[in-house]
Design a protein around this ligand. Structure first.
Ligand code: ZN
Ligand code: ZN
Length: 157
């Protein structure tokens, strides 16, 4: 049996977010990240989780999350991602990413709807290049320049 490394960052199969293994909370037989735990608490009680105990420990850094993605640490949940039913975004939003944007503009790569839909179709996570594949050349050039200016490698992120 694998002994989990408690400082390891892993994907939360309920929200697709990331947290340290040791910070996952057990709730009704489900193991969920701190954000999911708070959301669950809010849904049951009608107001936001009022304590800060869960925020005392640091959250994973961008680098740790990137490493978790790179090292395929969502492998354990690959099956469940395929089984996920992705609910559409609010009415009037883009059917692909669930965010309100012009049809010719890129999808929101950060949208969990977009990421999961893309993963289900392609078996990998989307990059900005994927998110703007449907845009015209002018838009592509504009976004590529914007992302480069922000220090983002749009072919990888
Ligand atoms: Zn979660
Ligand atoms: Zn979209």
């Amino acid at each position: 049996m694998d002994t989990p490394d408690l400082n390891r960052v892993q994907m939360c199969k309920y929200c697709g977010g990331y947290d340290y293994w040791a910070q996952f909370c057990w709730k009704n037989g489900r193991q969920m990240c701190r954000e999911c735990y708070k959301t669950d608490w809010k849904e049951r009680n009608g107001w936001p989780y009022p304590w800060h105990d869960l925020d005392k420990s640091p959250f994973p850094t961008e680098e740790e999350i990137a490493a978790a993605k790179r090292e395929n640490r969502m492998k354990i949940v690959e099956k469940s991602i395929k089984d996920f039913t992705i609910l559409p975004g609010p009415p009037g939003t883009c059917p692909e990413c669930g965010i309100e944007h012009e049809p010719g503009a890129p999808h929101n790569v950060q949208s969990i709807i977009y990421q999961f839909k893309f993963y289900q179709k392609n078996g990998r996570w989307p990059t900005w290049t994927d998110a703007m594949a449907h845009c015209n050349d002018e838009t592509k050039t504009f976004w590529s320049e914007e992302l480069t200016a922000m220090g983002i490698d749009f072919t990888k992120e």
